[in-house]
Design a protein around this ligand. Structure first.
Ligand code: FES
Length: 209
């Protein structure tokens, strides 16, 4: 029988000194940490690229919510119209801020006593943006003597200063948003809290403030 001599590699390992082994370990550890660093870097780069891609995709197709709409929109005291004045357009919240003097706008006589309303500008009929027309004559819609109405350009639905529907195919009055007055006279309008407008004269106007 022929004796098998040990392989040179195994022999070399077995004869390495402790200092050499430690040095080899340090080199291996350095290689590992470099690999981990590269992996983290690649992952972070991919995440950032993906985020930028999604942001530009949403921006391109205009899928991001307009600033403010959907959350709380603050209206400064200076933006609040005086009672009886034309409503103020608050673009960031997509609403009209209407300040009604007494029963102004309560054209169907539901007993409203006046105050502020945040009227969602989306027409309850098919969703067109409803503008305020300060010169529209109420005589056209059987309310002579009242000048200034919300009048939808799409199919003619007509709403009073308080958003009460008096004419057109819209199924109800303008919708309202929750509103509260802050200590400094500014208002906080919660554009995510929308109450559907009344469908009849009995519950047409419920002023928020
Ligand atoms: S969308 Fe306003 S009346 Fe039709």
């Amino acid at each position: 029988m022929v004796a098998v001599s040990p392989k040179p590699e195994i022999e070399a390992r077995s004869t390495a000194r402790p200092g050499q082994i430690e040095h080899a370990r340090q080199i291996e550890a350095r290689k590992l940490s470099r690999r981990s660093f590269l992996r983290v870097g690649v992952f972070a780069g991919l995440t950032l690229s993906m985020g930028a891609f999604i942001a530009s995709f949403l921006g391109f197709f205009n899928l991001r919510k307009p600033t403010g709409f959907g959350g709380i929109v603050v209206v400064t005291a200076a933006q609040v119209p005086a009672a009886g004045d034309d409503p103020a357009r608050i673009t960031s919240g997509k609403f009209w801020l209407s300040n009604n003097s007494g029963a102004q706008g309560d054209v169907l006589g539901s007993g409203a006593t006046g105050g502020l309303l945040a009227l969602y500008w989306k027409c309850p009929h098919l969703g067109c943006t409803v503008p305020w027309n300060p010169t529209f004559d109420g005589a056209t819609v059987s309310f002579p003597g009242i000048i200034g109405w919300f009048r939808c350009p799409c199919h003619g639905s007509t709403y009073s200063h308080a958003g009460v529907r008096v004419f057109g195919p819209a199924p109800r009055s303008m919708d309202t948003m929750a509103l509260s007055v802050n200590g400094d006279g500014s208002l906080s309008v919660d554009t995510g809290k929308i109450t559907l407008g009344g469908e009849d004269a009995l519950r047409e106007v419920a002023y928020a403030v």
